[in-house]
Design a protein around this ligand. Structure first.
Ligand SMILES: Cc1cc2nc3c(=O)[nH]c(=O)nc-3n(C[C@H](O)[C@H](O)[C@H](O)COP(=O)(O)OP(=O)(O)OC[C@H]3O[C@@H](n4cnc5c(N)ncnc54)[C@H](O)[C@@H]3O)c2cc1C
Length: 387
């Protein structure tokens, strides 16, 4: 049996590892990147911490899995009748296909946003943001106000980390213009709209205590190189980070004829996570409850690998059951918030639990001995090195 897995994120890497462990015939991992991107720590890498904790090369992950063939390519189309997945370089034949292509960013057509906003969803985004901050520091020209657009988990953790980072830069390099502040702009009526009311109240209090301004029920109208328009008012800034607008990978829209696509652009799957015969769609790409987070992608990947192994030995597949997973938001080095099933922990304990969640995540991708130094690399390092 030849299993083709597409995507080297949480879903794709985990599926390939689990298939490899089960010695499922031939496994090919096709991906447009030579590395695994650990999104949950990109906010930290963007704000002076190490790149090592966010980027793990695939040859490290698959060092002990020679039965997984890695191909760097971008998939573009599907022919389920001939069992072919088309890509920029060539077409690949599969017996079973696992698609884990992740999400992408939409700027909702806001004028100037795509051109002028920084982002933290990709490695290139993060490098561009780091360069910009370093440039400001070198020229001793910090902005008076830094804007984070989107008060979801990503925006909130970035705002907290940015605030802490700017303070450390000011102290370290004795910068002038120390009155700069970070502002979160959120269109909905509270930050962390996908978490509990308690989460948004407690986290808001902490952010405000740290000097971060929160604008809820505020929409950004436009962004230029040196100013942002919010609810019709202009604010000078050279730094606005877009932390909003997550949409499904465009592959599914391009190949919409083969998929049953929901209103939000994600793909409907059957209880075995198949979108069509022999084609599994996992992680951010499907409409399964709780998809859109790393842990559900890992769980779905393991489940699919087990089911493919069952089919290979003439057994029947088992349905996937979705469960809620803990959600953690780090606000600064010493303070975090984690909630799960109506229970929460905040403060220093919250920061510790969230850090342990990260270690658990790494251990799903690499062995503990490799995971530990990656996890421990979470410290300010790039600041000095890059200046
Ligand atoms: C900034 C940010 C912060 C986040 N923080 C958290 C967090 O704290 N906790 C949490 O649980 N979740 C978090 N998430 C969400 C989490 O990262 C995703 O839910 C998870 O990565 C989903 O796994 P996946 O395998 O579906 O997709 P991904 O991990 O995104 O992987 C998709 C893979 O597909 C590849 N790919 C895409 N298109 C193609 C193509 N056409 N051809 C070939 N390869 C392709 C990509 O390069 C990538 O390797 C965050 C996401 C972002 C963007």
């Amino acid at each position: 049996m030849h299993v083709v897995v597409v995507g080297s994120g949480f879903g794709g890497v985990k599926a390939a590892l689990e298939l490899s462990k089960r010695q499922i015939g031939k496994i090919t991992l096709i991906t447009d990147k030579s590395y695994f991107l650990h999104h949950a720590t990109l906010y930290a890498t963007a704000t002076g911490k190490s790149t090592e904790e966010s980027v793990i090369p695939l040859n490290v992950i698959f060092a002990k899995h020679p039965n997984v063939k890695i191909i760097e390519d971008t998939v573009t189309g599907l022919d389920p009748h001939r069992k072919l997945i088309a890509s920029k370089k060539k077409d690949y034949h599969y017996d079973k296909l696992v698609l884990a292509l992740g999400s992408t960013t939409s700027f909702f057509g806001i004028p100037g946003m795509k051109e002028n906003a920084f982002g933290i969803s990709t490695l290139d985004d993060v490098r561009e943001f780091q360069d910009h901050i370093h440039e400001e520091v070198v020229h001793n020209k910090l902005d008076k106000e830094y804007f984070v657009i989107g008060g979801g988990q990503t925006g909130v953790e970035l705002a907290g980390a940015m605030n802490e980072y700017l303070k450390s830069l000011k102290d370290l390099y004795r910068l002038k213009n120390t009155g700069s502040r970070v502002t979160i702009v959120e269109a909905q009526k509270r930050i962390l709209p996908h978490m509990s009311r308690t989460a948004s109240d407690i986290v808001s209090r902490r952010l405000k205590k740290q000097g971060i301004r929160i604008l809820v029920k505020h929409k950004v109208n436009a962004l230029e190189d040196d100013k942002i328009m919010i609810e019709g008012r202009l604010h000078p800034t050279k730094t606005a980070v877009w932390a909003s607008g997550v949409i499904n990978n465009p592959f599914f829209k391009t190949n919409a004829g083969y998929f049953h696509i929901a209103d939000d652009g994600r793909v409907h799957v059957n209880p075995y996570l198949e979108a069509l015969d022999d084609v599994y769609v996992i992680g951010d790409n499907n409409t399964v409850p709780h998809s859109g987070k790393a842990w559900p992608a890992l769980k779905q990947a393991t489940h699919v690998a087990k089911n493919i192994a069952r089919l290979a030995t003439k057994r029947t597949q088992k349905p996937f059951h979705a469960h809620s997973v803990p959600v953690g938001v780090p606000i600064d080095t010493r303070w975090g918030y984690v909630e799960w099933l109506g229970i929460y922990v905040s403060g220093q304990s919250g920061a510790v639990v969230r850090r342990w969640m990260e270690l658990y995540g790494y251990c799903q991708i690499v062995p503990y001995r490799t995971a530990l130094p990656i996890w421990q690399s979470h410290k300010l390092s790039d600041v000095d090195d890059n200046l």
